[in-house]
Design a protein around this ligand. Structure first.
Ligand code: SAM
Length: 311
């Protein structure tokens, strides 16, 4: 498929990221979290990181910028649509239209995206929403692929993760390392337990600064989140996440002291009762050594014995 609105008849997926940025006119401003991906090889790989069986019927992109990734997502959506139409498989046809929604806060870039991809907009394939991804209502997306604005990447990630949809997201590498860390590793913390509560989280590619223009201060990494239920049960998710947050404020203390010292954060009325009831080995361990399932078991005990008050 071609997009005659560019005047170049460019097929989706073939737009030069530098030319897109030039056509957009407005300069990418690092102070507004605008670091555009300009490495074609990275751009080409990103849509392919979605899990194989992911429902691609409605992709969400956050922070479209000058549209380099939007172009690749349009290519993926249209190419797969063609494949599916021609494939003689027994699978039922996907009844939902393939579409992409891009949320972009910067009005100049939102307008440019509508012009650059006018054919896709007219065909109902692309919807450009101008707004802040932290405030706008999210569409009922089936998967999200985005090079996130790093200033709000944590807030956006924790808006997306509870939706339990496949996510392929670019983060600062240091943040990505903390998301995927396991118990006992130095990067393991609140972020690791909270993210892994919702999904299997893995780094699928590390991306050097040179892949962006303007270059960010640090390296980046693409993270794939494949939703699944955790291997433990918590009766009150909000309390579990608050309890984890509380304990990691005292990561170098024993769990015993961390439970006692952080009742103002976790909301426990009776932390001493929790400590009295918990297993000694667990209490003398450190928060950074506890597997997510151990946090969950302790949070359940804390709910029973510690009478948490509503946050
Ligand atoms: C890192 S750039 C990515 C641009 C483009 N997708 C790319 O890969 O080249 C992040 C984009 O998010 C936009 N942005 C920043 N904060 C935002 C927010 N709170 N909500 C939506 N978009 C935001 C910026 O204007 C910028 O276009």
């Amino acid at each position: 498929m071609t997009d005659s609105s560019t005047g170049e008849g460019a097929a989706y997926g073939s737009r030069d990221p530098d030319a897109l940025a030039r056509r957009a006119g407005a300069r990418a401003d690092p102070d507004r979290d605008q670091h555009f991906l300009v490495d074609d090889r990275v751009l080409d790989r990103i849509p392919g990181y979605l899990p194989e069986n992911a429902d691609r019927s409605h992709l969400l992109e956050i922070g479209g910028g000058a549209g380099a990734l939007t172009d690749r997502l349009l290519a993926a959506a249209t190419a797969e649509g063609d494949d599916e139409a021609s494939a003689a498989t027994a699978a039922p046809a996907d009844p939902s239209p393939r579409r992409i929604t891009v949320i972009e806060r910067d009005g100049a870039f939102a307008e440019f995206l509508r012009e650059e991809f006018a054919t896709a907009v007219a065909d109902g394939l692309l919807d450009v929403v101008e707004g802040d991804a932290l405030d706008v209502d999210l569409p009922p997306f089936s998967a999200c692929v985005a090079n996130l604005p790093y200033g709000v990447s944590s807030e956006i990630a924790f808006r997306l993760l509870p939706e339990k949809k496949p996510l392929v997201l670019m983060f600062q590498a240091e943040f990505a390392d903390r998301m995927v860390a396991s118990a006992g590793e130095s990067e393991y913390g609140r972020l690791s337990v909270s993210a892994q509560h919702y999904a299997d989280v893995e780094i699928v590619e590390r991306v050097p600064k040179e892949a962006f223009d303007p270059q960010p201060a640090v390296e980046s990494a693409v993270v794939r989140c494949t939703p699944r239920d955790p291997d433990y049960v918590v009766g009150d998710e909000a309390f579990f996440l608050r309890f984890v947050k509380a304990l990691f404020t005292q990561r170098r203390k024993t769990v015993r002291n961390a439970v006692r010292n952080t009742a103002h954060i976790s909301g426990l009325d009776e932390p001493a009762a929790v400590v009295d009831a918990a297993d000694e080995e667990l209490l003398s361990s450190r928060p950074g050594k506890l597997e997510p399932a151990a946090f969950a078991a302790l949070a359940e005990l804390a709910r029973e014995r510690g009478a948490p008050t509503e946050a």
